[in-house]
Write a protein that binds this ligand. Structure first.
Ligand code: NAG
Ligand code: NAG
Length: 308
């Protein structure tokens, strides 16, 4: 072999290694489109940059995209737009109102249906052959929505996927998000997700906020996490760790908030605010500059660092 050819082969290997494209799995198991709209631009941008992206969601692409593989969850549950029952506001219960508890009760009931939905979706996920097939491959990083379910974390454990996990939160942090990344959540001034105010000033607001904070944590723990673990254990005939322990193993969390809008909070390096990640620039502006996402989020897979 001529030296020139040897060098050419060597260069070919070097350039393959230099590409550093990652194998990425995203599990976004919520039926609400508003959540997917926040994550979709990130998935598409990762695919555009040459990463191999597999997305399990209720919203498969209508036209196939290069480097982007869909696993449709549509058969598991009905996709729906977020609905708010306005009757709760129109016809407040007189006794509850007179006790000043209307606001509290409305917030408690706001999340109730989400646990039933989580269990329904989890029962479907554990029996979905395309997802099972995808979970048998190797990944460099797994992206999982942190919302009303931790079922995907249990599935990763069952299939032995031990890539670092990045949690994605489509809105403000949920009450059960804080502890998994070691963040303090002081209910004396950090409003719960359902709160109507962005700042808490009065004693009664503090009291209500503290009660709700506790309620949401217990609700997620016992109405969802514990039951999802049981669903997985029943399906696979194996014991898995407490989903809360698996949740505390996430390497990083991307949250759709921004401090100038959502208020100043104590943060940690593992939590990155990517508020507005999904907002596209205007078309004419877009031609001359790169989109917002590349500037906002640069995920470096090996180190699992997010650079803003
Ligand atoms: C798909 O990935 C390759 C590199 O693996 C990249 O060159 C190409 O631009 C990507 N395709 C699209 C449509 O983004
Ligand atoms: C925790 O995450 C690491 C990867 O970041 C993985 O190797 C390990 O198996 C995980 N531990 C558990 C208990 O899932």
């Amino acid at each position: 072999m001529y030296p020139f050819e040897k060098i050419a082969i060597l260069l070919a290997f070097v350039s393959i290694q230099d590409a550093q494209s990652a194998n990425i799995l995203a599990i976004l198991p919520h039926v609400g489109k508003s959540h997917f709209l926040v994550f979709e631009p990130l998935m598409k941008e990762l695919a555009k940059r040459g990463h191999d992206v597999t997305v399990a969601s209720f919203f498969p692409q209508s036209d196939p995209l290069a480097n982007y593989t869909d696993i449709s969850l549509k058969e598991i549950a009905e996709v729906r737009k977020e609905q708010i029952n306005l009757q709760v506001f129109d016809k407040p219960n007189k006794i509850i109102s007179s006790l000043g508890l209307q606001n509290f009760v409305t917030q408690v009931f706001a999340f109730q249906p989400l646990s039933d939905l989580a269990l329904k979706v989890c029962s479907g996920l554990v029996n979905l052959p395309p997802l099972a097939e995808a979970l048998q491959k190797n990944y460099d990083v797994v992206l999982i929505e942190n919302f009303n379910s931790d079922c995907a974390l249990g599935l990763l454990h069952v299939y032995g996927v031990n890539a670092p996990i990045i949690s994605l939160v489509s809105g403000p942090l949920l009450q059960w998000s804080y502890s998994r990344i070691g963040l303090p959540d002081n209910p004396s001034y950090v409003p719960t997700i359902t709160s109507r105010t962005s700042s808490i000033t009065k004693f009664l607001e503090r009291l209500e906020n503290t009660a709700l904070n506790l309620y949401f944590k217990l609700w997620f723990r016992y109405a969802t996490q514990v039951k999802e673990r049981a669903i997985i254990e029943r399906r696979f005939w194996t014991k898995i760790p407490d989903l809360d322990i698996l949740a505390k193993n996430v390497s990083m969390m991307l949250v759709n908030t921004f401090h100038s809008l959502n208020g100043v909070r104590p943060l940690l390096p593992g939590l990155v605010e990517v508020g507005g990640m999904h907002i596209q620039r205007k078309q004419e502006e877009y031609k001359h500059t790169s989109p917002i996402i590349p500037q906002a989020v640069e995920i470096s897979i090996e180190t699992c660092n997010v650079v803003i």
